[in-house]
Structures are given as structure tokens and as C-alpha cells.
Write a protein that binds this ligand. Sequence first.
Ligand code: ADP
Ligand code: MG
Length: 247
Amino acid sequence: MSNTDFALAVEDLTVSFDGFKAIDALTLYIDRNELRVIIGPNGAGKTTLLDLICGKTRASSGSIKFKNEEMTVLDEHTRVRRGIGRKFQTPSIYENLSVFKNLEVSYPSGRSVFGALTFRCTDEVMARVHAVAQEIGLADALQMEAGLLSHGQKQWLEIGMLLMQEPELLMLDEPIAGMSARERELTAELLQRICKNRSVIVIEHDMEFVKRIAHKVTVMHQGKILAEGSMEAVQSNPKVIDVYLGH
Ligand code: ADP
Ligand code: MG
């Protein structure tokens, strides 16, 4: 397989904060329709890696290619338009709006020749809202005020708001934190469904959850990759047990 076949190719990526390399010459490839889980101790650089991919943080050196196009030169909004979606740890939904409105306002604007905030095909928006609501398990809650949803439902709504943009790469930072066992179960099923049409990167600590969803696991430590492979291979790797799983 040549490097151009990957959805995402991160090569020799480095970012320094006052001389400290939070990401240190890291190379990582993600396939199309792959669900990759990134694990590692606190401070390993996991969140910083997602910040670099989505453009929240600028790389000091190295390359990030998404569908073979260099991303490091593009700003955050342009990367969103290219198809990179990122969910942060705290959900940012509009609590006072209905679930329906939250999804509707997330439909990408500005795709017409007239620019942003002009013509939107209502039927198309409606169809997308209903399809996404179905996907995230909130089809029966469309008229509900978002602030009244459970913690888990709010997380799914935010995933839905990202899905409205039809991203080809979706990145989620610790999506099941604070969820009940049942909500974790449903989230695992949701992630398995959404990676059928796109690549997904998930940062997660819960090993039972990781085992359920991961196609491949990448273990980070001190801004570098410590190990990568199947869950079984990674779990039995002595270096991984030493710095992460042993504790
Ligand atoms: P993880 O998500 O794996 O727990 P982070 O990516 O949040 O780790 O952090 C990696 C390291 O980089 C930590 O030592 C953190 O303090 C440092 N770091 C992250 N962002 C910044 C920043 N904007 N400025 C300075 N240091 C940072
Ligand atoms: Mg983090």
C-alpha cells in the first residue's frame, strides 16, 4: 500500500512548547473506514495530537496529509470544510435549543455559489437531520430542549452535530467519560456504525471499551508511539505494561 491510500498520514510530526516536545517526530497512518483507538498515560500527548490534526495547534515541523493533501498549512475552518471533525471533551451544544435545532444549525452553510447563509435546500436539511437523529438514537427526542438530555445523550447530540457535516475523519477525545454502563454500550455500537463510512480516531482509557471498538490500538508515551497493533498484541507488550497498563 502506498502512502497515498491512507485517509490520514502523519509523518515526523513535532510540536514544541517552550522547548518541550509534546509531540516528538511522530508518524502514524490511518486507513479509510478504520476505527483507531489511541491510549497512553496522562501527558503522553494524545490530546495535543488531535489539536495538531484539527488545526487548533500549529505544528513545529512535520507533515499531516488528509486524503493526500497537506493540512499543516491550512487553518482550522478550512480543515473542517475538507472533512475533519473533532469532538472535544466537554460537549458544546446549545442547551436552550431543541435537539432538532441543534442538528439543523450544524448543517454546513456556504456551499452555494452565493456564499454562506444564503440558499439551503430545506428538504435536504430535513432529511439529514432525521437520518442523523436516527443514527445517534435521538429520533424520539427531536423536540426536546437539549439542556434536558442526559449526559450521555448530550455527548451523542454533539457527535450528531459533527455528523451533520459528513466528516470523513471524526476524532473523539474520551467520549464515554461520565457515561453509565448502558450509555457506554450504546456509544460502542454508535462508533461501530459511524466508522463504516469514515475514519474515526478515539482517545480512551477504558480498556473494556477499547477492546470492543478498536480495529487497531496506538499507544503513546512522551509524545512518541510506544506500540501499535491489535488490542491483544498491545496488551501483552512488555513496554506497554511497564509504562501504562501495569499501573
Ligand atoms: P494527554 O492528552 O495524553 O493527557 P496532552 O496532549 O494534554 O496529553 O499533553 C501533553 C503534554 O503537553 C503535557 O505535558 C502538557 O502539559 C503539554 N501541553 C499541552 N498543551 C500545551 C500548551 N498549549 N502549552 C504548553 N504545554 C502544553
Ligand atoms: Mg488528553
